[in-house]
Design a protein around this ligand. Sequence first.
Ligand SMILES: NC(=O)c1ccc[n+]([C@@H]2O[C@H](COP(=O)([O-])OP(=O)(O)OC[C@H]3O[C@@H](n4cnc5c(N)ncnc54)[C@H](OP(=O)(O)O)[C@@H]3O)[C@@H](O)[C@H]2O)c1
Length: 286
Amino acid sequence: MKIGFIGMGIMGSRMAANLLKNEYELSVNIRTKDKARSLLEMGARWAETPAKLGQKVDVLITMLADPEAVYEVTLGKDGFLEALKPGSIWIDCSTVNPSFSEKMASEAAGRNIRFLDAPVMGSRGPAEGGVLVFLVGGVEAVVEACQPYFTAMGRKVIHVGNWGKGSAMKMVFNMLLGVAMQSFSEAMALGRSLGIEPDKLIENLIDSPVTAPFLAGKKEKIEKHQFSADFPLKWMFKDLHLVGLSAFEGGVALPLAGVTKELFALARSNGWGAEDFSAVYKLLNR
Ligand SMILES: NC(=O)c1ccc[n+]([C@@H]2O[C@H](COP(=O)([O-])OP(=O)(O)OC[C@H]3O[C@@H](n4cnc5c(N)ncnc54)[C@H](OP(=O)(O)O)[C@@H]3O)[C@@H](O)[C@H]2O)c1
């Protein structure tokens, strides 16, 4: 099987490296070729455009910033969707909104391409270690056919339902992630204002059942006030925007997610978009 990969950012570069380590024949494309350099040195082949990549692979995986980026490489100029052979598989691991995934699934089906939406849980470390969790939407037989590729990049596959349901699950998870990060920041601001020693405060909060477990992994960043990106803040803002869009489409009100999105907008406008999403902490804890 020949695999293609587009998207060489924090996540994609590490996921593609794990496919190479598992000895898959891998070809790659990305608009900034420099970002593919280490993969090319590991043995990946280069394709000049997404379309040229599509012509030579059986399975194509995308791990891109947002729906606009995914649209550009699939249906934009030199997009790969027309180039893939009928019967090929496209796995989109990018975090996008479910209605966009459904639209892509139907564009793919119209060309006899088998589609899965498969966004991931886990950040830089799990991507590097090959222990991501895939949240998958699509047809069971296609999920089964792709199991070896998921195994090369992750530790678990959750088949949530048909097309769009992987992305739907991802929206739910990231809404909780964003809200929990902001609510922890507010708890810290309150505790500090009441005179509790910051070390004692953070230690006790992280050790308690009321705090989301992922915050243990953010402890060092918060203590050192050094927010190097695992999951960039600009993507959490994007995800909360997509959560709002999905809530509008689903006819449900999400007041906390809405306020949280605006706080992330504020953090981004402070110039923290490329920092980790936990940098939202700085809004109330300077
Ligand atoms: N980082 C995490 O912890 C994490 C965890 C789970 C899910 N995610 C999701 O995974 C996806 C990738 O995240 P990441 O952290 O790897 O992001 P990233 O480092 O910013 O990489 C994004 C990739 O998308 C490409 N891209 C952006 N706009 C494009 C366009 N218009 N056309 C073509 N390519 C374009 C970038 O290309 P250039 O290099 O040329 O800019 C880059 O290769 C996002 O949807 C994110 O929400 C991230």
